[in-house]
Design a protein around this ligand. Structure first.
Ligand code: NAD
Length: 366
C-alpha cells in the first residue's frame, strides 16, 4: 500500500498529459477543488501516490530517453502544463512494433527495427515491480494490445486498457485475469466531458422526456497523431463500435437504430492545425408529441488529452484499490464511469459514478 506503481505502453500525447497531470495535482490538499478528478484522495491514494516505473514505445525519438524527456519528444504536441523534475529515472524501453504503426504513420512514429520478445517486456515489468500496465497504443493496435495484456498477466500486473481494443470486455481475457487474480479495467477511456459523455447525456435526456430518437450522428475532428492514425478506416472498427454502443446503450430503440443504419459515430477527419484541440459535432433528430420533429445540434470544443488524463488517473487508482483487495477479473464499477466500452454498461453516467463511489467505500465488490 502507499504507492501505485504504473507502467505505460505508448508514450504519446495521452501519456504526456497523464504523467504531467500527476505532477500538476501532486501537492493538492484534501478538500481542494481538483477539476477532472473525483477527489484528491481516493481510498488510501492521493494523486501524488501514482509513480511511473516503466514505459514502452517503438519510436526512435523516444526509446532510450528518460520518460520526462520522451513525453515532449517526437510527434507529441501536449504542452508543458506542470512543474516536474527534468528526469524521472525511468528510461523508455523498446516494445515490439507489431500492428502498432500503420503504414501511413511510419515516418511520423519513426519505429525502431529491434526484435523485442514477450520475455523482454515481462522482465521490465517484473524488475520495475509494476502494479499496473496502462495501454495507450494507437487505435487499431489489436495484436500489440493483446501482446501487452499477455505481458501484464505474466508479470503479475493488472491491466488498464485506455484504447478501443476489446480486452476488459472480452470473455477470454476476463477469464485469464480472473484465474490470475489480477484486476482488468477498460475498454477505451471516456473523457471527462468528451463527445461520448455529452452525446450519451443528450440522447438519454431525449429518451427520458419521451422523444423517440430517429437518427443521430457524431463527427469528430482533431489535429494530433491520434486523429492522423484514425484516417485509416480499416483500423477503426472497434473505435466505431465502442463509441456507438456508448450512445445506443442509453436509448430504448438503440439496437434498432443501429441495425437500420440510422447512427453514425466516430473520428471524421484530421485537421493538423487543431493540434490537441478536438471538435465534436453532435446531431440528434427525433419525434415528440403527435409526431412533431425535434432536432438538436451541439458543438463541443475541448483539449482532447486533458479530457483523457483525469479519467485515467481515477481509473488507475480504482484498479489499484481492487488489487489491494485481491479482486481479479473485470472491475465493473471502475470501468463503467471511465470507459466507453466497459464489460458492464451502466444505465446512466450518474449510476456509473454511484457504482464507483460505492466500490471505493467498500460497499460494492467489483
Ligand atoms: N481523449 C483521448 O485522448 C482518448 C480517449 C479515448 C481513447 N484514447 C486512445 O488513447 C490512445 C493513445 O492516444 P495518444 O493521443 O496518446 O496517441 P499518440 O499517437 O500520441 O501516441 C501513441 C504512441 O504509441 C506508440 N506506439 C505505437 N506502436 C507501439 C507499440 N507496439 N508499442 C509501444 N508503443 C507503440 C507510438 O510511437 C506513440 O508514441 C489512442 O488509441 C487513443 O485513441 C484517447
Amino acid at each position: 500500500m502507499g504507492r501505485v506503481r504504473v507502467a505505460l505502453a505508448g508514450v504519446g500525447n495521452c501519456a504526456s498529459a497523464l504523467v504531467q497531470g500527476v505532477f500538476y495535482y501532486m501537492n493538492a490538499e484534501e478538500g481542494q477543488e481538483v477539476p477532472g478528478l473525483t477527489s484528491v484522495r481516493l481510498g488510501p491514494y492521493h494523486v501524488g501516490d501514482i509513480e511511473w516505473v516503466a514505459a514502452f514505445d517503438v519510436s526512435r525519438d523516444k526509446v532510450g530517453k528518460d520518460l520526462a524527456e520522451a513525453i515532449f519528444s517526437g510527434h507529441n504536441v501536449t504542452p508543458r502544463f506542470a512543474d516536474m523534475p527534468p528526469r524521472l529515472g525511468v528510461e523508455v524501453s523498446p516494445g515490439p512494433v507489431l500492428d502498432g504503426v500503420a503504414p501511413h504513420m511510419w515516418s511520423r512514429f519513426n519505429p525502431h527495427s529491434l526484435e523485442v520478445s514477450l520475455g523482454d517486456v515481462v522482465d521490465v515489468l517484473r524488475s520495475s515491480d509494476a502494479d499496473l500496465l496502462v495501454n495507450l497504443l494507437p487505435v487499431g493496435s489489436e495484436e500489440a494490445s493483446r501482446f501487452y495484456a499477455r505481458a501484464a498477466l505474466e508479470a503479475g500486473a493488472g491491466f488498464v486498457n485506455g484504447i478501443p481494443v476489446f480486452i476488459a470486455s472480452s470473455e477470454e481475457w476476463v477469464r485469464l485475469y480472473e484465474e490470475r487474480g489480477l484486476p482488468l479495467v477498460g475498454d477505451d477511456i471516456k473523457g471527462q466531458l468528451g463527445a461520448t459523455v455529452l452525446h450519451r447525456t443528450l440522447a438519454r435526456l431525449m429518451a427520458v422526456r419521451g422523444v423517440l430518437v430517429e437518427e443521430t450522428y457524431q463527427l469528430n475532428i482533431g489535429g494530433n497523431t491520434d486523429f492522423e492514425n484514425m484516417l485509416a478506416e480499416e483500423r477503426l472498427a472497434s473505435k466505431r463500435t465502442s463509441k456507438t454502443r456508448a450512445v445506443t446503450s442509453v436509448l430504448p430503440n438503440g439496437e434498432r437504430l443501429e441495425s437500420e443504419g440510422r447512427v453514425r459515430i466516430g473520428p471524421s477527419d484530421y485537421v493538423p492545425f487543431l493540434g490537441n484541440t478536438k471538435v465534436a459535432y453532435i446531431h440528434i433528430k427525433g419525434r415528440s408529441f403527435a409526431g412533431f420533429p425535434v432536432v438538436l445540434e451541439a458543438k463541443l470544443t475541448v483539449d482532447d488529452k486533458s479530457m483523457f488524463a483525469g479519467a485515467m488517473i481515477d481509473a488507475i487508482r480504482g484498479a489499484k484499490i481492487a488489487m489491494d483487495r485481491g479482486i481479479g477479473g473485470p472491475i465493473y464499477s471502475v470501468s463503467a464511469p471511465f470507459f466507453k466500452h466497459p464489460p458492464l454498461q451502466a444505465p446512466s453516467d450518474e449510476e456509473a459514478h454511484r457504482w464507483f463511489r460505492e466500490f471505493i467505500e467498500g460497499a460494492r465488490e467489483r
